[in-house]
Design a binder for this molecule. Sequence first.
Ligand SMILES: [Zn+2]
Length: 80
Amino acid sequence: MTASPCPCCGKALNVRADKRGHPYLTCADCGVNTLVHRKEGVEKFKARTGWTGGAAAPAEPEPKPPATGGGHAARRAGRA
Ligand SMILES: [Zn+2]
């Protein structure tokens, strides 16, 4: 799953997700690091490369079942 060539050696950069799920491109040979900071950039990167963020991307914790009648789960369900 690669996207862009290293500016130094031209090899494809490795793409990982940082802790916020932003794409983080690295070249192990050259030590090049590129992090996409902005949400706009992340969306464009995904659209261009098909990158999905990887399975390691931190997802929101699973909403707890409202077994005890808590009101938080219902509120969270509305957000996508
Ligand atoms: Zn390189």
